[in-house]
Design a binder for this molecule. Structure first.
Ligand code: GDP
Ligand code: MN
Length: 397
């Protein structure tokens, strides 16, 4: 589950990470109120207005702007709220902004120049350990840094049994070229950030930029936070942060009915029982020259009701040109599944406007095939894996 910047910052602050303070606003008037409130603590009339969408690169797209007084704040908030924000990370048509984060300005002048760093925490799948990835080249596209100056990106791996050790936090501060108060503050920042990552069961933190202010404080200016969906059951308070308008509507609906659905780019809808078989099915479709439109694991009980829901979900994707049903009948008998498919098909009537290819293997597969073949419906049956994939190819070409 992805969070908005303001939510990510709340999570960080809850674990003692210093953040650029801000207040969310849905209207220009609310933005002005937020600005007034922030000025009470900062004493500064300067604020930054930041579009809250699930995509980075907002600055480049005009979604992050500095306001030097309340009148400017109101105008800028008015411009950004409701805009269709296009960034390198949004779909081509952009994303509609419905709220902004009004923040304190942390790039104020002082004894030294502010400087921007990059820092992320994530799992290194190769080593099976969490790592902190960081760079002196903050504020820019980290992929570009990795491409042109890879030696400026550092990583620090954390032993799961020991956790982040004090010397590691000092190493990060040292490699970022810090000294004095900024060095000390960076060790605190890194320590709190890692504690937040573990404590929130996150799968990604990306803080770009981490700012060293002109008076040597270390602050998270941005926050991209991804939480592990499988851990949400132990963070009930996080569930409220889910923004359904940022998610794929078919995936949202599937989750509500307990189906495992992931939307993909292709045109062959898949309905499979078991995640492993689902992945093998997608590989096979690819190998036959097709492209899966989705990953869908209907689980162990592929009964008529579940098959019908699965049909409805798959058909919501307008790109779907054929549906491949690949079910292994181990616990569930194939003839029951076949009957389920026939019943669901009849219930849905005209809603099914694409050919359906069914492969049922396992207990009572032969009875199932007869049931499908004699149903008189636009359903093709197959016994072998390859045969099924070839029939799909024929159907869509
Ligand atoms: P992103 O473009 O989506 O990554 O959004 P960020 O939160 O990273 O903000 C983009 C840029 O806005 C930063 O890299 C800064 O240069 C600038 N910015 C953010 N906060 C402030 C601030 O308090 N004052 C000033 N002057 N600029 C800021
Ligand atoms: Mn950023």
């Amino acid at each position: 589950m992805n969070l908005h910047e303001y939510q990510g910052k709340e999570v960080l602050a809850g674990f003692g990470v210093t953040i650029q303070r801000g207040i969310v606003a849905k209207t220009p008037a609310e933005a002005v109120e937020a600005g007034k409130k922030l000025t009470e603590t900062t004493g500064s009339p300067w604020h930054v207005v930041k579009a809250q969408i699930h995509a980075g690169g907002r600055g480049k797209g005009g979604g992050v702007k500095l306001a030097k007084n309340l009148a400017e704040l109101e105008t800028i908030a008015g411009d950004i709220i409701g805009m269709q924000l296009i960034t390198p990370q949004t779909p081509p048509e952009g994303k509609k902004v419905s709220q902004v984060l009004v923040t304190e300005d942390v790039y104020y002048p002082g004894a030294s120049e502010p400087s921007e760093f990059y820092m992320s925490v994530l799992l290194n799948r190769a080593s099976g350990r969490n790592m902190i990835m960081y760079s002196t080249e903050g504020g820019m596209d980290i992929e570009a840094v990795a491409e042109s100056t890879p030696h400026l990106i550092f990583t620090e791996e954390i032993d799961p049994a020991l956790g982040l050790l004090p010397f590691q936090a000092r190493k990060v501060a040292f490699n970022l070229g810090l000294s004095g108060a900024a060095f000390k503050d960076m060790t605190k920042f890194v320590t709190a950030l890692y504690r937040a990552y573990e404590g929130s069961d996150a799968s990604l933190f990306e803080i770009n930029p981490v700012l060293k202010t002109s008076d040597d404080r270390i602050i998270a200016v941005d926050a991209k936070v991804t939480l592990d969906d499988n851990s949400l059951f132990r963070h009930k308070d996080f569930e409220a942060m889910r923004d359904l308008s940022e998610e794929n509507p078919i995936e949202v609906e599937a989750r509500e009915v307990g189906l495992n659905y992931v939307d993909l780019e292709g045109n062959v809808g898949c309905m499979v029982n078991g995640a492993g078989l689902a992945m093998a099915t997608m590989d096979l479709i690819k190998q036959a020259g097709g492209d899966p439109a989705n990953f869908l694991d209907v689980g162990g009980t592929a009964d008529a009701a579940r098959v019908e829901i699965a049909f409805r979900l798959i058909l919501k994707d307008p790109a779907v040109k054929a549906i491949l049903i690949n079910i292994f009948g181990g616990i569930v008998r194939c003839d029951r599944v076949a009957q389920g498919i026939v019943d669901a098909y009849k219930n849905l009537g005209d809603a099914i406007n694409v050919p359906i290819i069914v492969r049922l293997q396992g207990t009572n597969a032969d009875i199932a095939k007869k049931l499908i073949d004699s149903s008189g419906l636009n359903v093709l049956s197959a016994t072998a894996f390859q045969e099924a994939a070839d029939k799909v190819q024929e159907a869509i070409s």
